[in-house]
Ligand binder design. Structure first.
Ligand SMILES: CC(C)(COP(=O)(O)OP(=O)(O)OC[C@H]1O[C@@H](n2cnc3c(N)ncnc32)[C@H](O[C@H]2O[C@H](COP(=O)(O)OP(=O)(O)OP(=O)(O)O)[C@@H](O)[C@H]2O)[C@@H]1O)[C@@H](O)C(=O)NCCC(=O)NCCS
Ligand SMILES: Nc1ncnc2[nH]cnc12
Length: 276
């Protein structure tokens, strides 16, 4: 799967859709991930497992391709949002009503649109820079769902959430996840371990609205401190890293904490590595 993602020249909308779905699946497959669903267990979730999440990823493939094509046609956020909402419906149909990938539809969808836009208009710069430049202002002006979990905690805790992350060109992706993936290559040879390392770096730094919704400020602080301690002890370069990551996973499950936004950002980092 890694070879497929990193060796295919990602240019057409269809290629981008395949790559985006492959990256969602690489995230799902990685273990141990604190509180998250993997093939080993369902983490802090009682309504999802890896098979359900993989079905969701497959259902989204044509929509990621459609978003790439819409980006290549220079579409604005109204067009992208219409495709995103259709994708959310397809996800709900594939999962029997479970929100597996709403954040990924939004973030990965924007990256696909940016890849289409960049190919068509020959723009230089990262995919994140394209998102910020072409759609950033529109994203912040666009409709805010009043009662979504993300918007409720964003208001309560005065943080930006998924929309602000995207509008700013995904600083957590470029400032945290990508450098962590690069650093992890010097710590561990296997790609799954490198992804766990990058996920821990994201959890340590991102204000994940899923953590805030389920655990409040105390839950977010706990999650960030656990991930920071893992990194400070050497991350996946430490000989006992796997046992330590499993212990953190269990501590998250015991508190019902799940960093779904960080999981999406990890998949997006793998996608950006393939595209840039
Ligand atoms: C703009 C929207 C994405 C709406 O966002 P909003 O912030 O209003 O709220 P949510 O509906 O809560 O969705 C935001 C999702 O984004 C992920 N996320 C969280 N924090 C961050 C962050 N700091 N940076 C980036 N991304 C972040 C996260 O998604 C993942 O978690 C979801 C699963 O979580 P789970 O624990 O199961 O939670 P729930 O099922 O919700 O509840 P409980 O189980 O706890 O009861 C899953 O979606 C992951 O992907 C947040 O959930 C957007 O909805 C919107 O406007 N959409 C339409 C437009 C569109 O898609 N356009 C296309 C491109 S323009
Ligand atoms: N592996 C995962 N487990 C739970 N929520 C997620 N959201 C995105 N990926 C996830």
């Amino acid at each position: 799967m890694t070879a497929l993602v990193s060796s295919v020249p990602v240019v057409s909308g269809e290629d981008l859709g395949h790559a985006a779905t492959a990256c969602l699946k690489l995230e799902i497959a990685a273990y141990p991930k604190p509180g998250l669903v993997s093939p080993v267990d369902s983490g802090a979730h009682d309504d999802m497992d890896a098979a359900l999440m993989n079905r969701s990823a497959d259902a989204l493939q044509p929509f990621f391709a459609g978003l790439a094509d819409a980006g290549a046609r220079g579409g604005g956020t109204d067009r992208l949002r219409a495709i995103g909402i259709d994708a959310e419906r397809a996800m709900m149909a594939a999962t029997g009503g479970v929100n597996t990938h709403r954040g990924a539809i939004f973030g990965m969808g924007l990256l696909c649109a940016a890849a289409g836009f960049r190919t068509r208009y020959g723009m230089v710069g990262t995919l994140g820079a394209v998102v910020a430049h072409r759609w950033g202002a529109e994203i912040m002006r666009g409709p805010v769902p009043l009662h979504s979990h993300g918007s409720v905690v964003a208001r309560r805790h005065a943080i930006g959430g998924a929309r602000a992350e995207a509008a700013a060109g995904f600083p957590s992706l470029y400032g945290i996840a990508m450098p962590a993936l690069a650093a992890a290559r010097h710590l561990a040879a296997d790609a799954e371990a490198q992804r766990v390392h990058a996920l821990m770096a994201l959890i340590a730094a991102v204000d994940d609205t899923n953590l805030l919704y389920r655990g409040g400020a105390a839950g977010l602080v706990f999650a960030q401190a656990q991930a920071r301690a893992f990194l400070d002890a050497g991350g996946v370069g430490a000989p006992d890293w796997r046992a330590r990551a499993i212990a953190i996973h269990r501590a998250f499950v015991a508190r019902r904490l799940s960093p779904g936004g960080c999981a999406d950002l990890l998949a997006m980092a793998v996608f950006v590595e393939a595209c840039e």
